[in-house]
Design a protein around this ligand. Structure first.
Ligand code: ZN
Length: 247
């Protein structure tokens, strides 16, 4: 294991254009429920409705009353060792981008600046009727935590978070950026995702097809395991090892 740690560290620090792709496993280390996963929030009957666009248009209070505990309580959430190590790697100029399926803003809290959120993000809220109306996360969170809902100053409609809901298309700009970064990457770290859901499933393919390499850390099998140059199960120990190497 120690040798593997050293080899992993060497590959990461020697990469010319390192990119990370992260999924729910990275957040569950921070105690965030994997809301799309097996033991996730989606096992609750009501939960599928929380992120359903048709339902949101009918009754946005359903989302805001239930999402409060896991979207807007950012002050109570701590980035995991994965988030913070990725933050340090970016600050040192090694990591060029984090592509994430997560919507919890923990990469930003962990120090990452270039975060490409392919399932959207609550960092911005907008009016579905009035073009150009925007509210940032902090302002919206304050309202939600006090039991209210952020509303459009022009038409009074409840604002929608820029998270991709079921029934909406994924953010085209973020997808384009993700593909560009994946193609540029000579090394991609695939972290805490089983690569079964689009677009995450297709992103490492761009790296492999451009001649780059993939390292996978995930506690479930992925379709790309046999193409990975290194493969680990548990994120925690791997990133504690990296943290020690980074000093
Ligand atoms: Zn409006």
């Amino acid at each position: 294991m120690a040798n593997d740690d050293n080899e992993l560290y060497r590959r990461i620090t020697e990469a010319r254009h390192l990119v990370a792709l992260t999924g729910a496993g990275v957040s569950t280390l921070s105690g965030i429920r994997d809301f799309r996963g097996k033991n996730g929030l989606y096992n609750d009957m009501d939960a599928e409705k929380i992120f359903d666009i048709d339902y949101f248009e009918k009754d946005p209070s359903f989302y805001y009353s239930r999402a409060g505990s896991f979207i807007y309580n950012i002050d109570e959430k701590e980035p995991s060792v994965v988030h913070t190590v990725l933050g340090v790697l970016e600050q040192r100029g090694i990591l060029k981008a984090v592509i994430t399926q997560n919507i919890d803003l923990l990469h930003q809290k962990g120090g990452s600046k270039n975060v490409i959120e392919v399932h959207g993000s609550p960092k911005m809220h907008y009016c579905m009727r009035c073009a150009g109306v925007r509210m940032d996360f902090e302002e919206a969170a304050k309202i939600v935590r006090s039991g209210g809902m952020p509303k459009c100053p022009h038409c009074g409609r409840v604002l929608k978070p820029a998270i991709t809901f079921f029934g909406e298309s994924l953010p085209a700009d973020a997808l384009r950026e993700a593909v560009t970064e994946a193609q540029k990457a000579d090394l991609m770290l695939v972290l805490g995702t089983s690569l079964t859901v689009y677009p995450a499933a297709s992103i490492p393919d761009y790296t492999l097809r451009s001649g780059g390499e993939v390292i996978i850390v995930n506690n479930m099998p992925t379709p790309l395991d046999r193409q990975a140059v290194m493969r680990f199960e548990e994120l925690g120990p791997v990133f504690e090892g990296l943290k020690a190497c980074l000093g």
